[in-house]
Design a protein around this ligand. Structure first.
Ligand code: UT7
Length: 334
């Protein structure tokens, strides 16, 4: 068998829209309190896209930063992959809108995946496969979501959680340019929980009608308690798979980057895998839940703060609609 190619993250970037929505702003919109939101979720504020700013716009901003970080331009991109659950429209792919807005060459393949908050890790594995096979030299992988567009602003159980943002990676098999080496990924999905976190309206099962609009079917719905339980089970399981397959334990890992859905979930996962909170990256207080973008935003912010040093092992782990889960193992280069 041919030797496997090494896969590198060459550049990383993220983007949060300017507008900030605080807990006290939400107190004026629904029956909630700053105290409830902070105690139950750890969230203090979140960023919300401007009117007219759609998912592909957020994606393009993150992509520009990742390309600059990789010292590349749009002309160097061979394939665009986008992970999102709030596409600009049901079709065509949001990746095609990104291609158009970023000015990437017209023969560049573009595709989107909808795997909820696990988007960034799923994209790393898909990119690795394309690079391994030699289909392309550089993949622009973007996870972006404008959740505010599908948020029911009358539903206090979800609107206090959700936010907008984007993160992007440039992946390559060219060793000399790596920021981090991708050592392993673990992907999973459990469709038995598909209805626990979904947007029922707008697809073939429930097309848009006056009734579907009146019934508020075009907003994100979540069974929070069930999702909470499964998030703990599946994110813990994904990390354990990465540990087992690579013969490592929590003590070998420098940083964990969990999906930023709830500070209580983040702390419970750390406890389950026996890792102190100093090793866990958390940005949820200022970002809220940015869905597929959350891991990349947390990763990028830790990178800009200079927290990683050469040789550090980093484990991102996620959970989201599907219900999908995923984890990865990276070695920081610099
Ligand atoms: O990114 C995808 C993955 N998503 C997640 O991982 C989210 C997982 N779930 C969660 O993070 C939590 O379940 C929530 C934050 C959504 C909810 O927290 P909880 O501790 O599970 O609360 P709960 O749903 O059990 O509700 C407790 C109480 C209820 O009142 P009663 O029935 O006890 O009187 C709710 O009506 O809190 C009430 N409540 C609120 N109160 C004030 C729910 N939302 C709010 C709110 N403000 N915003």
């Amino acid at each position: 068998m041919a030797e496997r190619k090494c896969i590198y993250v060459r550049g990383i970037g993220s983007y949060l829209p300017d507008k900030i929505l605080t807990n006290s702003d939400l107190e004026k919109m629904v029956d909630t309190s700053d105290e409830w939101i902070v105690t139950r979720t750890g969230i203090r504020e979140r960023h919300i896209a401007a009117e007219g700013q759609v998912t592909s716009d957020l994606a393009v901003e993150a992509a520009k930063k990742a390309l600059a970080d990789a010292d590349l331009g749009p002309e160097d991109v061979d394939i665009i992959l986008v992970a999102t659950v709030v596409p600009d429209m049901p079709f065509p792919s949001t990746a095609c809108f990104v291609q158009q807005k970023l000015g990437v060459k017209s023969n560049c393949p573009c595709a989107s995946v909808e795997v909820g908050c696990s988007g960034m890790i799923y994209l790393m594995e898909l990119a690795a496969g394309l690079l391994e096979r030699g289909t392309c030299r550089r993949v622009l992988a973007i996870a972006a979501d404008k959740l505010s567009a599908v948020t029911d602003w009358t539903d206090r159980s979800t609107c206090v959680l959700l936010a907008d943002g984007a993160a992007a990676l440039v992946l390559t098999a060219e060793e000399s340019h790596g920021r981090a080496e991708l050592l392993d990924t673990f992907l999973a999905a459990d469709g038995s929980g598909a209805e626990f976190l979904c947007m029922p309206g707008g697809g073939g099962r429930c097309p848009a009608t006056e009734r579907s609009v009146a019934e508020r079917q075009h907003f994100l719905k979540m069974n929070g308690r069930e999702v909470f339980k499964r998030a703990l089970r599946d994110m813990g399981g994904a990390v354990e798979q990465i540990f087992r397959r690579n013969a490592i334990g929590g003590e070998d890992v420098a940083y964990f980057i969990p999906h930023q859905a709830n500070q209580r979930i983040i702390e419970a996962i750390a406890e389950r895998i026996c890792v102190p909170m100093e090793k866990v990256i958390s940005t949820i207080a200022r970002t809220g839940n940015t869905s597929s973008a959350s891991i990349g935003i947390a990763w990028d912010s830790a990178c800009r703060e200079g927290r990683f040093k050469a040789g550090d092992l980093i484990v991102p782990v996620s959970f989201g609609a599907g219900l999908t889960s995923a984890a990865a193992l990276l070695r920081w280069i610099g």
